[in-house]
Design a binder for this molecule. Structure first.
Ligand SMILES: Cc1cc2nc3c(=O)[nH]c(=O)nc-3n(C[C@H](O)[C@H](O)[C@H](O)COP(=O)(O)OP(=O)(O)OC[C@H]3O[C@@H](n4cnc5c(N)ncnc54)[C@H](O)[C@@H]3O)c2cc1C
Length: 438
């Protein structure tokens, strides 16, 4: 394969972030009269969607306790809404249901959504939550749920279809997206900037800037750039947590049940919102075995041929072999029981679904930062990294913001995600959710 010896802009990784950046950059170069998509080269060692973007459950939601995440997500949802067909986006909404201990967080999240104009409603108290859910799903029967945040924006998108949608937009703008080209290192210029990208197919001299969007391979690029494996984290209270690993891996547990998707519809026959249910009610299998009596949670959506979803991820100790992705994943053997029992706990229509659980290509490993939030920043004068800490299929708008930054603008939305926050203590507030991504 012919790899150009020079490109003004090199984007590494053809996942949601790399492709969104390339597309928006190409569009901006053209509309500002500064160039075109021919100035942008995307390199991927496998191909579009070969990483986390191609296996993501595809949930698009704004249930974030952190103000900066919430505002960034609002901008991302606008991008999803801008072309639902190309992005295979289903604007069905999203419902987060929580136990009493999550009420305060969900209320704060709702109040912020109201302030920023993100359409949602909050229902509190178990009777009112139950009534709200029964209006949508008459067989709703989940217990121990006292708070419900119903987001009327968001929903989900089909993972590979949206990647292909972005890929198509890149092609239309004249961006070259090359598969099977692995980036193996960077050649430094004397001023600390990146002079060239080294690849399995030779050297590509960089005219302007490089963007790396490596998804789960973040740690690999971190070390290629000579960045430290551990960092000191300064907390807002002034304490310093020394030598925290910059990267940890979590195993995202996801699966699907081969039910006719049509049975998962709302009372009026509409497509159902994505549902995320957390509760501390004891969870039993349909044949009466206790699965857990601690706080548990599942999320689920109607997929094309099944009902798909997941549960809380598990930390992976030490390093993981990422390639080939994501076959290295170990799903907790108890996950299918938990997921199917959780579905049945939520709605009677799912009772007896356990035998229909499918062993399919679902789940995978994600790379998380020291505080579990994204890092979007320059690490060399001309190298920008999109390290989304596994939050980011839904963050299709980050590439749009990054494109503006590459062209010299300040992004108010990306600023809170700068790497410097670990040194200054400007960390994001932490919610009481059991998930590393809320
Ligand atoms: C099981 C699972 C479910 C998820 N569900 C959701 C969800 O429902 N909603 C949500 O918002 N997020 C979800 N996420 C998170 C989301 O998928 C990721 O945050 C997001 O897809 C990352 O996008 P990316 O473009 O940064 O990386 P990726 O999509 O991983 O793309 C990185 C690309 O870089 C390429 N690459 C890597 N190394 C090199 C190299 N050396 N040279 C060249 N190319 C290289 C890879 O081949 C890959 O194509 C989920 C993640 C997992 C694992």
């Amino acid at each position: 394969m012919e790899v150009p010896k020079f490109a003004p802009y090199v984007v590494v990784g053809a996942g949601i972030h790399g492709l969104s950046t390339a597309y928006h950059l190409a569009k901006e170069l053209r509309t500002r009269g500064l160039g075109s998509g021919a100035d942008v080269l995307v390199l991927d060692k496998a191909g579009p969607g070969a990483g986390a973007s191609g296996i993501a459950c595809g949930v698009v939601r704004n249930n974030y306790f952190q103000p900066a995440m919430s505002e960034l997500m609002q901008a991302c949802v606008e991008v999803w809404e801008s072309d639902p067909v190309a992005y295979a986006y289903n604007p069905v909404g999203y419902i987060a249901l929580g136990a009493a201990r999550q009420e305060a967080d969900l209320t704060a999240t709702f109040e912020r959504q109201e302030r920023i104009g993100y359409r949602s409603e909050l229902i509190l108290g178990d009777a009112d939550v139950d009534a709200h859910m029964k209006r949508l799903f008459p067989d709703w029967r989940a217990q121990g749920v006292t708070a419900c945040l119903h987001e009327h924006q968001g929903g989900f998108a089909f993972n590979m279809d949206s990647v292909h949608g972005l890929y198509g937009k890149c092609k239309e703008e004249g961006v070259a997206v090359l598969s099977g080209v692995e980036v193996t290192g960077f050649e430094d210029a004397s001023d600390g900037s990146i002079a060239a990208v080294e690849t399995s197919h030779g050297r590509v001299e960089v005219g302007e800037q490089v963007v790396v969007a490596p998804g789960p391979w973040a740690k690999r690029f971190w070390s290629m750039l000579g960045l430290p494996e551990t960092i000191d984290v300064h907390t807002p209270s002034g304490d310093v947590v020394r030598d925290r690993p910059m990267w940890t891996y979590w195993n995202l547990q996801e699966g699907e049940v081969g039910l006719d998707p049509a049975i998962f519809a709302t009372a009026d026959g509409s497509a159902p919102p994505v549902i995320h249910l957390d509760t501390d009610a004891p969870l039993y299998t349909d044949d009466g075995r206790l699965v857990t009596d601690e706080l548990w949670g599942i999320y689920f959506k109607r997929d094309r041929h099944s009902v798909q979803g997941g549960a809380s991820p598990l930390v992976v100790e030490g390093d993981v072999a990422l390639d080939p992705y994501p076959q290295t994943t170990d799903i907790d053997p108890g996950f299918p029981d938990l997921f199917c029992a959780g579905l049945s706990h939520a709605m009677a229509r799912f009772e007896g679904c356990r035998p229909l659980y499918k062993v399919a290509r679902s789940g995978g490993v994600g790379a998380f930062t020291a505080d579990n939030f994204p890092v979007f920043d320059y690490f060399r004068p001309n190298l920008y990294a999109i390290l989304d800490s596994n939050h980011g299929y839904k963050m299709i708008g980050v590439g749009k913001e990054v494109a503006a930054v590459l062209l010299g603008e300040h992004s108010r939305l990306l600023y809170p995600f700068r790497f410097e926050r670990f040194a200054t203590g400007d960390l994001h507030p932490v919610s009481s959710s059991p998930y590393p991504w809320s």
